[in-house]
Design a protein around this ligand. Sequence first.
Ligand code: AGP
Length: 617
Amino acid sequence: MCGIVGYLGKKQASQVLLHGLERLEYRGYDSSGVAVVDEAGDIQVRKKEGRVAALRQEIQENPAQGQIGISHTRWATHGEPSDTNAHPHLDRSGKLALVHNGVIENYLQLRDRLAQDGHEFRSETDTEVLAHLIGTFYDGSDEADGQLRLVGAVREALAQVVGTYGIGVIHEDIPDFMVGARLGSPLVVGVGKTEKFLASDVGAIVSHTQEAIYLSDREIVLLKPDEISIETLEGDLADYEVSTVDFTPEQAEKGNFPHYMLKEIHEQPVSIENAFRGRLADSQASAVLGGLNLTPRELRDVDRIVLCGCGTALHAAMVGEYMIESLARIPVEVEVASEFRYRNPPLDKNTVVFVISQSGETIDTLAALREGQRKGHRVLGLVNSVGSTIARESDGGSYLHSGPEIGVAATKSFTSQVTVLALLALLLGRMRHLSVDYGQKMLAEIRELPKKVEQIINQSEAIRRIAVKYNEAPAMLFLGRQFNYATALEGALKMKEISYIFASGHASAELKHGVIALVSEEVPSVFIMPKDSVYEKNVSTLEEVKARKGPTIAITTEGNSELERIADEVIYIPECHETLNPILSVVPLQLLSYHFAVERGCDVDKPRNLAKSVTVE
Ligand code: AGP
């Protein structure tokens, strides 16, 4: 996915755009560019391969002055990262500029047809084809007519597009007018009094305005510095509401932390509390999740649950499966969202589908949501980003309230997702057979989580020393059982995605079925083994690794000092209810991968090849 920022107002557009791109860089960072209409009424384009800092340098050396502009930071889909392939792209006249987030699936056919009409393309991108296509429909003359014609040209071009888009378009003939449109890629309008913004997400504009309009699919927005109008692709006027952004500019900054990822790890005591605040129902010894939009009767009738997600959200779903089945005895299926959308599983009318997503924009998870709704199921979202597409298209759900998560590696969103899933399991369980006493114990345990997570975070330096000790490891294994099987998968994902070493997670007993071939003196094995119902089995597995000279790092319950006798390193976490343990045991894994990657000189917040939210299929 990519990041788009547009600006119309009285400020120097290029400075507003650069600032916005720097806050969207987690969405893609292989190249970036701006296009502004300068005082002479000409389009000025500056584009650079590499991070936004390179573009900032370019603009400093070669200024682009103007009060309207669009900009883009790229995660390459078509065409390698290069100055030429960077956005914005121009039409054949060189007067229309376009930025695009998404994939034009039929771009080759469109390109061939345009080439037959004499169009020549500089880049390998699908986006340049769209710029040329819009240009073919635009033959504006005077300004008033030009606005209508530009909107019409955008509409006619998009009617020929197969794929997804979030776009911003300007034309030098109409120097205070911008068009935006979206289908499948997010786009939000920032509402200032005498200035307007267009962005892929509010993080880019929250320092300028807290008022935002979230565009829906198939909507086109017409922007002037003091006017907003929204239409549908079909040309009808569309209503819209202005929302207030639910976080401050400071929350979207790194503060005193060297990386967003470390800041977000440290935020977990607060973000976990935010996830359960107002949702603990002491009088009922249960939880309250009002946003589910399900009556108590409907909740009691639920006889099967599907949990869908990708990446870290999928791992949270796996913990949720164990929680709900354990506490509520309802059968739960976990589905990889990208599989669910094609797999066509047999589901009955009392099946509820949950989609889990931090960004609320992951296209595979959005597709799973739509597939579930297409089959008539209630689809509920556990989402962090307010106003995101998944949040708005769900039939209800619960926000995580984690605050913005900027680091590409998900951390606080995982512990918040698992916390909300624990609340759901408690709610469903207390509607069935869980006792008041059990419910009260769970509520007390949930309330203790922030303090316990804080205690673990305080061990960051000790965990850093372990990361340094094993920093030459070419690979790492993560092993856990029951509720911590998913934790092992999550720990492996963290390690691989920010340090680039091979890392894999396994159910501990699977070690014997092939995985143990990977054990060697160079490959550490991380065991998530709290003093729980399967602790003794984990000890046996650790012994098997030790017998083959594999280094072992054990995460266990504080006070359980016997492991110091057999493990090379021991990290202690506070005791807690078995179902909630992943919320604690994942924190040492987050810190281990963070310090390991920093020690290796990796870019923790913007790992190579990755983007924070995957809005391309
Ligand atoms: C996790 O660290 C990764 N960044 C990635 O797997 C992520 O969890 C996945 O893309 C899902 O994102 P979402 O929660 O925003 O849908």
